[in-house]
Design a protein around this ligand. Sequence first.
Ligand SMILES: [Zn+2]
Length: 87
Amino acid sequence: MLKSTIKYKVEQIGGVFVEVPTKKVKPSQTCPPCGYQHKKTLDIRVHECGVCGYVQDRDVAAAEVMLYWSKGTLPGFGTSRANAPLR
Ligand SMILES: [Zn+2]
């Protein structure tokens, strides 16, 4: 019910509703720039990537992950140029 209402309201103003498969994408566990997944407990409020060094507020990083996933540019999900085979 909530999802259909949000979808209706977004589309009513000309937006595009995109549902992120959060069990696969894991927005709060995934690093936006590099796609590496870090397990975090809820009390850890800052995303700090040990792979690429990216630091961001946890919620902002999760929003970035969902944005990049919806644009097809999140590394590690087969849609980014970073995943393209080298020629
Ligand atoms: Zn990273």
